[in-house]
Design a binder for this molecule. Structure first.
Ligand SMILES: [Zn+2]
Ligand SMILES: [Zn+2]
Length: 238
């Protein structure tokens, strides 16, 4: 089975990423990917573009260099109540919505608050992917969160950048392994995201592929093997 898509990448619109949509698409074409989701940071991230950036995403062609482009966002969860940094009227126009915990938008506190933040964010009907869980700064109740993902139809991301040496998050491999095992038990879908902040990293899944092999994670729960399945599950409006 071939990984057909990358569900998480950034452009210069995130403020701390360094390639354009067109450069990302060219890099994806070179790697043989059929689809990428452009998921720039929403406005609470320092340096990210404002809400109008998201309102106008429709001007981007649906295919660039033969690669299908999904226009989405990576939201920041702002607190234990699960609030995020774009309103519903904009979220409903997004094709891919990831929600993640970022230290500059939600200061790490305690296990209970992290768990509440994750579960409450997943209750948001527009949130379809929980981004990069496994950040050691945000321990949480894995079973409760994965149960909620099952209940609310949210996929859990295995983020390659988290496991890349030198990553700001310094992803906790054991925590990510535990999350994968819980997803397998509860039949929760998983996405693989490069979280590329530069075009060369588009489609880079080396670390997470190793992890899914290691735990013998069921391939049918990984959405990156089929563009059709990914779109049907994550962006049913398209
Ligand atoms: Zn993130
Ligand atoms: Zn990201």
């Amino acid at each position: 089975m071939r990984l057909e898509l990358d569900s998480h990448c950034h452009t210069i619109a995130s403020g701390h990423a360094y390639s354009t949509v067109t450069e990302n698409a060219a890099a994806a074409a070179k790697k043989g990917l059929a689809l990428i989701a452009i998921t720039d940071h929403a406005p609470a991230m320092p340096g990210a573009f404002g809400y109008l950036h998201f309102v106008n995403l429709r001007v981007i062609p649906n295919f660039i260099h033969g690669v299908e482009i999904l226009k989405g966002v990576e939201l920041s969860v702002l607190g234990a109540n699960g609030d995020v940094d774009l309103p519903e009227n904009i979220l409903k126009k997004m094709e891919v919505v990831i929600a993640s915990l970022h230290t500059v938008c939600f200061e790490p506190s305690d296990w209970q608050s992290h768990t509440m933040a994750i579960i409450n964010a997943m209750k948001n009907p527009y949130v379809k992917i929980l981004g990069h869980p496994g950040d050691p700064r945000y321990p949480f109740d894995v079973d409760a969160a994965v149960n909620a993902a099952a209940d609310y139809g949210v996929a859990i991301e295995m983020n390659d950048s988290s496991l890349t040496p030198g990553s700001a998050r310094g992803g906790d491999r054991k925590m990510m392994r535990d999350i994968l095992l819980a997803c397998a038990k509860k039949n929760v879908n998983v996405t693989l995201g490069s979280d590329a902040h530069y075009m060369d990293d588009i489609g880079r899944f080396n670390h997470v592929e190793q992890l899914i092999e290691e735990v013998k994670f069921p391939k049918e729960l990984i959405l990156n093997y089929s563009v059709e399945k990914f779109k049907k599950t994550i962006c049913p409006k398209i």
